[in-house]
Design a protein around this ligand. Structure first.
Ligand SMILES: [Cu+2]
Length: 265
């Protein structure tokens, strides 16, 4: 093969594998993770679909459902979502994401969740649907964080998901249709756009997306090495298909959970 063709082929392979290596994550980013009596009671929440490490936004159409679980009760907040436009530092155009406000009135844990509209990813020839959650604690009552919402797939914390120091071990169980998801991959990424201190830089690709697996009981563990927001995405393939241009395509369903970590001080 001609040298230039070989170079072109190598470049194409690198680009291709790079696009597959970049992990997609659903995100719910609250303005606060622990509300005390003196804090602003109105939380603002950003709902995004992105590559957390690179800060690449992906276009997000209006989610199918956005809600909160508090004291065993689910409240639908879908009508609070408003579209916004934004982009990552290296992107040249804007993408749609969503914001919503929610006023906290009672003590206890608030698990916010989003069920997005399936995202067509041509690079992977499949749809992606990430059921995403984050927990906010209010006014000292630490109950509710370990309750499941009842999503098709979801991460249920075994470690209390707030008040975490840098270096703490986060353990959680992945559920798929309410049952433990055994021996599946969980991708872990740092949210660089909300980095505390300097953003992280990866010396090589495997550092960008950390990977752990669940055990036979669907449980995984990860120790967070830096303060800021860490996302966990447990990936399964749905037992149903969606059509794209009239052809049945696989649907990746991800259970995503975000935790905030604080440096020891
Ligand atoms: Cu991606």
């Amino acid at each position: 093969m001609d040298y230039r063709w070989r170079l072109l082929l190598v470049c194409a392979l690198i680009l291709c594998s790079a696009s597959i290596a970049m992990a997609h994550f659903g995100l719910i980013l609250p303005s606060d993770d622990i509300l005390t009596q003196t804090d602003n009671r109105t939380l603002s929440l950003q709902v995004k679909f992105l590559h957390p490490y690179e800060g690449h936004y992906l276009e997000m159409v209006k989610p199918q459902r956005f809600g909160v679980l508090h004291a065993g009760k689910i409240t639908d907040l879908s009508d609070k979502l408003q579209a916004r436009k934004g982009r990552g530092p290296t992107q040249t155009r804007d993408f749609t994401y969503w914001v919503g406000d929610y006023k906290i009135r009672r003590p206890g844990d608030y698990t916010f969740f989003v069920e997005p509209t399936p995202y067509w990813e041509p690079a992977e020839d499949k749809y992606i649907l990430h059921y995403t959650k984050v927990c906010v604690d209010a006014f000292g009552l630490q109950t509710g964080w370990d309750q499941a919402v009842g999503l098709e797939t979801e991460i249920v914390p075994l470690t209390r998901p707030y008040g975490l120091w840098t270096g703490n071990l986060f353990s959680a169980q992945v559920l798929l249709k309410g049952k433990p998801a055994a021996f599946i991959e969980v991708e872990v990424e740092y949210l660089n756009e909300a980095a505390e201190g300097a953003p992280i830089h990866a010396p090589s690709d495997p550092f960008v997306t950390q990977v752990v697996k669940t055990d036979g009981g669907g449980v995984f563990h990860f120790a967070m090495p830096k303060s800021g927001w860490w996302g966990f995405a447990a990936l399964s393939e749905a037992d149903w298909k969606l059509q794209h241009d009239g052809i049945d395509k696989a649907v990746e369903i991800g259970a995503v959970y975000w935790v905030h970590v604080t440096d020891l001080q």
